[in-house]
Design a protein around this ligand. Structure first.
Ligand SMILES: CC(C)(COP(=O)(O)OP(=O)(O)OC[C@H]1O[C@@H](n2cnc3c(N)ncnc32)[C@H](O)[C@@H]1OP(=O)(O)O)[C@@H](O)C(=O)NCCC(=O)NCCS
Length: 275
């Protein structure tokens, strides 16, 4: 996952050309940069054209790999290739790896208010009215706001980090700062307030480990395979994916003998002025 994050960081400030045709393509690192994506180009149709379908929206600084499908709201977040985010899900300050399935009504990275101050209302800690936006409809609200920068730091860290091949069930809540390991499943309606180990299935409120989704002895092999970094198309029809050890072995063998290539998805940065 950190690899994905690093890749995205390298892209900040770059503009990848808008590719026509294939849905997965190499970044245009050797071709001249095109103009920055304009606000119009970030319109839904343009996103669909570059391989990001869905009726979702992007706010703030976001990065996507192609293909993705986003029906939810993505705020200051990054989404890896082949990941899809369903309707009414909101991801804030969240890094999502590749091949993740994020169901409807998922919330990740929601803001936190101070729990042990005089009040939890933003007038005590949000001098710029970022969270509530009350001044936009009631200008006198500015008189309620202090001028000093907030001393409040949310507990649990900044980002939600979601690995590769994670399935997040309908209506799950993932607290700010949580890490969900590669291969994990978050059950429907889970309230995740602690980190989730790779390949763990968690559920409930608060979410607890239910079981590992595959034989524990295989977890390291799957993690080491890094299959999400490869274009598996040449193997797809020959592999029985219900047979996990056999699938791992075939993919490992194909990587070792260079029968499959690394994925090189096109990547786009969507910066605040484009959202
Ligand atoms: C977690 C899930 C994948 C089930 O996995 P499973 O391996 O088939 O689990 P099982 O049915 O064998 O249940 C295992 C245990 O988990 C519990 N469990 C299952 N779903 C749960 C949930 N959402 N919350 C809490 N506990 C749950 C079961 O009660 C059972 O507990 P027990 O061992 O004490 O009896 C499934 O329940 C789920 O949440 N799916 C998400 C569906 C969804 O959101 N789809 C949206 C479209 S992508």
């Amino acid at each position: 996952m950190s690899g994905i994050a690093e890749t995205f960081r390298q892209l900040i400030g770059t503009r990848t050309s808008v590719g026509a045709g294939s849905s997965v393509q190499a970044p245009a690192s050797h071709s001249p940069m095109t103009d920055a994506l304009s606000p119009k180009e970030i319109a839904r149709e343009k996103l669909a054209e570059i391989g990001c379908s869905g009726g979702g929206s992007f706010v703030g600084l976001c990065q996507i790999e192609i293909p993705t499908k986003v029906n939810g709201k993505i705020i200051n977040s990054s989404i890896g290739a082949f990941t899809y985010v369903q309707t009414d899900s909101t991801l804030i300050d969240t890094e999502v790896g590749r091949f993740c399935s994020i169901a409807e009504h998922v919330s990740a990275g929601a803001g936190e208010h101070p729990v042990d101050w005089f009040s939890t209302h933003p007038f005590v800690n949000d001098p710029h009215d970022v969270a509530a936006g009350l001044a936009s409809c009631y200008p006198q609200y500015r008189e309620w706001l202090g001028s000093k920068p907030s001393r409040y730091t949310p507990r649990g860290g900044d980002k939600v980090r979601i690995g590769h091949d994670v399935w997040i069930g309908e209506g799950a809540f993932i607290r700010r700062g949580i890490t969900i390991g590669t291969g994990a499943i978050v059950a429907a309606r889970a309230v995740v307030v602690k980190d989730v180990a790779p390949f763990s299935i968690v559920g409930g409120n608060p979410a607890k480990h239910i079981k590992f989704r595959i034989d524990e002895a295989l977890i390291d092999y799957l993690l080491q395979s890094h299959w999400w970094d490869y274009d598996l198309r040449p193997l797809i029809r020959d592999i029985d994916f219900s047979n996990v050890p056999d699938a791992i072995e075939r993919i490992r063998d194909a990587i070792e003998h260079s029968r499959i290539r690394r994925l090189e998805p096109a990547r786009y940065q969507i910066s605040p002025e484009h959202s």
